[in-house]
Design a protein around this ligand. Sequence first.
Ligand code: PGA
Length: 253
Amino acid sequence: MRKKIVAGNWKMNKTFDEAKALMNELKTKLNNDTSEIVEVVVCPPFLCIPAAKDEFAGTSVRYGGQNIHFKDDGAFTGEISASMLKAVGCEYVILGHSERRQYFHETNHLINFKVIKALEKGLKPILCVGETLEQREQGIEKKIVDEQVTLCLKDINAAGMDNVVIAYEPVWAIGTGKTATPQQAEEMHIEIRKSLENLYNATIAGRTRILYGGSMNDKNAKELLGMSNIDGGLIGGAALKADSFITIIEAAK
Ligand code: PGA
């Protein structure tokens, strides 16, 4: 049985004080009532991670970053290392998000280095994959996603896969209000499991958690999360309001 994850990707939103207020509201409204069935994860901007450490102390809410550099440390101006996130209590890190691929030119090869580094330092990667609208229109979406999964997981062994979460986020659905239908998402999640079975084995394919992301909100979450291969959501816009995020968490139960 795969435990569901509802993860909030706050992207570049919220100042420290705003983040603290939202975290506090979440904590109060959740009243520590998530733990058993759903894992709740919050990924705020780096600067707000210390606030997560304070606000979520003693609760079951986990938190993480939205990126890391692939090296341990050194002369990489403006970057953040896996160890730095780990040291402030992060459990997860989002890697290979389509916005990083699109605006910061991250390649599968680079993302693979980051996945390796995250695992080495004890962070759980939420590895994002997903096709663009153009690729879907060309009918190559499965090939693209299989390639992303394969290349980003290069050199990750079976034991490493225990700590990897995959998020299928069709680029055309992110921040657009245009969600994949539950059937479209389910179909791709099944494909991703096939890729994992080819790369590893059926056991690993069967226990890896695959989240859906892309305009998931309080209205459509229940139907998406009801699909048997959708193990949770990576939520952008709807994670910025406590009530809608909590409704999605409820839908995952
Ligand atoms: P969205 O973002 O929910 O705002 O579409 C999801 C994501 O990019 O992770």
